[in-house]
Write a protein that binds this ligand. Structure first.
Ligand SMILES: [Zn+2]
Length: 286
């Protein structure tokens, strides 16, 4: 009995570390229909792949040095930490002659699972930024239906589209201390490794797709006890054996794009109350 008791205690301790409250599976539909944030202090609840968000802010569509893609999706909401990060990156890009940045999805007004596209972006700490640097502002029609440009050909970067400006943008994006990791195509990580060394390289994590945009994930805010951090990035710059293992995989999976999400992640129970808070709702628009 003593052993059973101890095992039970260990299980309860692990569960309480993973999530302070019981989890429950939820579909994306109701989250995608919400058009405004939950009124509360800003908090990222749960993880990027199973979480939600209170006190979200909207990224201003006219921030200096950046443009928001597909604003009709209403996925330009995030934790104020992320909004501050992206607006600073826009100003830095402008100073470096890279503006305007094309900013893809952040999160829904209250985070949560999305009806199509990403499995993550749920707790207001993820943002997609395109590698394409158009050099001049896009018009409203192109912003609502933009053309993506891949930086990769086969297992290498495409030198017709990838260059020093994209590398500089990645360095700017990764050098902010709030950045936990950035997902990029293995070919892009390899190009960055070849170009030079720096602490920021360690934050570039190879993943499928991510050849026309990179995906920035910020760390949890220090005082946000609801936020579940991801495991630490392994030590070293990741340019050695780990990268090679990606480059030599027998198949290259394509980006999943905007396929419907059928996954029902186990969200922290706190998310139920956040979903049920009153507020405007409407059918989500692509
Ligand atoms: Zn993303």
């Amino acid at each position: 009995m003593a052993l059973v008791g101890r095992s039970f205690l260990v299980v309860m301790m692990v569960l309480s570390w993973v999530s302070p409250v019981a989890a429950e599976p939820m579909s994306a539909g109701p989250w995608a229909a919400l058009t405004g944030p939950a009124e509360d202090r800003p908090s990222s609840i749960g993880s990027a792949a199973a979480g939600c968000l209170t006190g979200a802010q909207a990224l201003p569509l006219d921030s200096a040095g950046l443009q928001v893609l597909r604003p009709q999706r209403n996925r330009f909401w995030s934790h104020p930490r992320t909004i501050d990060y992206v607006t600073k990156l826009g100003r830095d890009a402008q100073a470096a002659g890279l503006a305007p940045l094309l900013v893809g999805d952040l999160s829904q007004p209250r985070g949560g699972p999305m009806a199509y596209g990403h499995g993550s972006h749920q707790n207001g700490l993820d943002v997609d930024i395109w590698f394409r640097l158009p050099g001049k502002p896009l018009g409203a029609a192109e912003l609502s239906s933009p053309a993506a440009v891949s930086m990769v050909k086969g297992r290498k970067v495409n030198t017709k589209t990838w260059g020093a400006r994209q590398l500089r943008l990645l360095e700017l994006a990764a050098s902010d201390s709030r950045v936990d990791r950035i997902f990029v195509n293995p070919a892009i990580k390899a190009a960055a490794c070849k170009a030079g060394r720096g602490d920021w390289l360690a934050k570039l994590r190879p993943w499928w797709g991510h050849d026309e945009h990179f995906h920035v994930r910020l760390s949890c805010a220090a005082d946000d006890t609801n936020c579940q951090p991801q495991a630490l990035v392994p030590p070293g710059d990741g340019c050695g054996a780990e990268l090679q293992s990606w480059l030599t995989k027998s198949t290259i999976l394509p980006d999943q794009g905007d396929k419907p999400n059928t996954r029902r992640p186990n969200l922290p129970a706190m998310c139920s109350a956040i979903l049920e808070q009153p507020g405007p709702r409407e059918a989500a628009n692509r």
